[in-house]
Design a protein around this ligand. Sequence first.
Ligand code: PHE
Ligand code: ZN
Length: 878
Amino acid sequence: MSEPQPIYLSDYRPPAYRVTRTELTFDLDPSATRVKARLHLERHPDREAESPLELDGEQLALKAIAIDGQPLAPGEYEVGEAGLVVHRVPAAFLLDTEVEIAPDANTALSGLYRSSGMFCTQCEAEGFRRITFYPDRPDVMATFSTTLIGRAEQEPVLLSNGNPVERGELPDGRHFVTWEDPHPKPSYLFALVAGDLKNVEDSFTTMSGRDVTLQIWVEEENLDKTEHAMASLKRAMRWDEEAYGREYDLDRFMIVAVNDFNMGAMENKGLNIFNSAAVLTHPQTATDAAFQRVEGIVAHEYFHNWSGNRVTCRDWFQLSLKEGFTVFRDQCFTADINSAPVKRIEDVSFFRTAQFAEDAGPTAHPVRPDHYIEIGNFYTLTIYEKGAEIVRMLSNLVGQEAFRRGSDLYFARFDGQAVTIEDFVDCMAEASGQDLSQFMRWYAQAGTPEIDAHGEYDYANAEYRLILRQRTPATPGQPDKQPLHIPVRLGLVGTKSGRDLPLTLEGESLGSDTVIHLREEEQEFLFTDVSEAPVPSLLRGFSAPVKLHFPFSREDLAFLQAHDSDGFNRWDAGQRLALLALDDLIAAHRNGVEKVMDARVVEAFRALLAADIDDKAVLAQMLTLPSEAYIAEQQPLVDVDAIHAARTFVKQSLALALRDDFLRLYEENRLDAPYAPEPEQIAARSLKNVALSYLMAIEDETGLELARAQFEADDNMTDVRHALTLMVHGSRGDIADPALKVFGEKWAHDPLVMDQWFAIQVTRPQPDVLDRVAFLMEHPAFSLKNPNKVRALIGTFANQNPVNFHRIDGSGYRLLADTVIELNRLNPEIAARLVTPLTRWARFDETRQELMKAELERIRAEEDLSPNVYEVVEKALA
Ligand code: PHE
Ligand code: ZN
């Protein structure tokens, strides 16, 4: 087989033929589904009459083909691996094809497949070509009519996009439903679902007074897990009207939960298909975090109806046009209805850990890539989360009002079109009158920019001089970078008053919190009339996705943690302080020197516990140490054992020094009220559970007793799971093992709870965990064909158990590579994603580097390597 070839953004050409209308008929059968397609095609006016018609198509058995009713003779067309070519076609014509496909054999979960006995589809990005021959690209938009024929008994429910317009009985126990979607859409937004599903129904009245029917379709046993998703959907619909003036545009909106799904969820027009993990919740089966995730994902998919569906992407290089914008929208939604500072802290912690690592590794790519081999590999943190950070910077740069005018302009101007990132940014430039040309570099340059900052206070002249230097490290294919336009939000906090000082820059008074614009490689900012020595609070709210270096002393950081008016930076100061202490301890561990706890960290924690912080959710975040992954991100060379030892030592030292405070915190935050997934309760639970984590770090009788009692009280999954995790991750097998068994037996029938049961076990830091992973892979609840199971067991192990994944004997790496090799045949998209931790070899010592590279080589040597895995492994070994 020849090597897969990349495709380039610079090669973009509009399609030679567009489809204006698509009529589909599915005769559903698990192993032999027949798909008839009638396409209304038109040649692009600029293209010659000789232009052949080229349609994408994979794994399709062509049964019939005709143009304007005339069957084609064998020499008039060709079918290859990747599609169909018809040599001569009229300027406008009807193409009829009929193909046969095998949903049962589809383990890649792209195209038409089966999940728990039902039929469903996944077409983004290029799954539609596994359903029928089609110009499967987002700049071809057509209205769709879809007729589904199924067995009345096995598939009583037949769903597709738009509105149902006809239904009826057929011979042999079959029946049909026809759906009509009046909004032109690209093929990636097509969907169908057929099976024995039940639904809950609700309704929503839009801002112009139209009634929309809302339905959530699930397997019968999950009907009691839909309430939260429905409530979230209604909140999202209202929010999009208020925040963006966007109204829903069909008579019904449907969500379907499926157990086998590669991603979180999919925004198919009027028929969103969700991974069951992203929609089902119940106090007994889902944690607070899961409730919040569901709310965010339901909103995200709903928001796509405008940012993605009504206005879509011209080509897949523009993926962040819809994803970055929609993530930004869902982040703002969540911030509005919950705690805004906590949402920001959670998002940034995740971003700085995972996206920074991606940006520093061999698969680093710009938010708008200029080439790819397999688009399925580009649903990344960079496209999604860094894309969202760019939109956030834009909104801060132009201001909220101009941003809203810009988005109104974007939706009005491009409704029904497939457009580019420039089109979006141009609307923002037009609405604000700002020049955003330098800003566009954010989309083109990969890598995390770093800012080296320092400052000096001049007592005599009451001036503060701040010097900022920016640089973006080289990334694969991009050795040299240009300076970016970086908005830096800041304040100067007076060391005497503890307050934000008034800011005067070049004679202009700017209040006490402002944004300065770093555009050059190096820039100096001179603040005048600074009446006392300040500590600068820089990059407030994480105003740009960069690494900021400033020579803060530990005293500065303790001061900012206590006094900064920006909640985000107060939290960040605490994290920086803890990181400095952790650095010392990591060094001590490596040098075999006795570890000594930094008293300043203990005092900072003591102060936090004594202070009257009314936002409990923020306090819980402030009491949480940086994760091992984030600490690793800060190290020049990652030493997983030293990091684990240092962090454990800090936790235990804090627990010993502040045991009574943590006990008090635990007691004060117990709830008597019945469980509700509401911000105040969630905050109290997280504070209580943070306290329990510290108490369990020393595993004294009190902590053990509290954990056991919390588990046995069996009040809600948040508390149960947390208590169980602490016990299982501890050293007391006599307590943990029976609890684990009780839990596993109680929930054996619930796949989403079993995923948690797997995850709890494989994150255990003890060295026996590898055997446990291997053992659990044989468990009846595990299946390599189900992406949730693979993620829960293998993905969680490789990404969240650093000490064991990186064992020096290479057994963790081998286990991952073995799994990747098996999955390469079953589900290439999931296989390629799973390789990620191995691609980060350059961050480790030489022994581990060699071991990791050897596993990558072993994968590369596989026959029939999918383009997905090939692309990732090639980059990692380049
Ligand atoms: N477009 C989906 C989303 O972000 C994600 C997705 C991509 C789902 C590809 C399936 C396949 O909401
Ligand atoms: Zn999305």
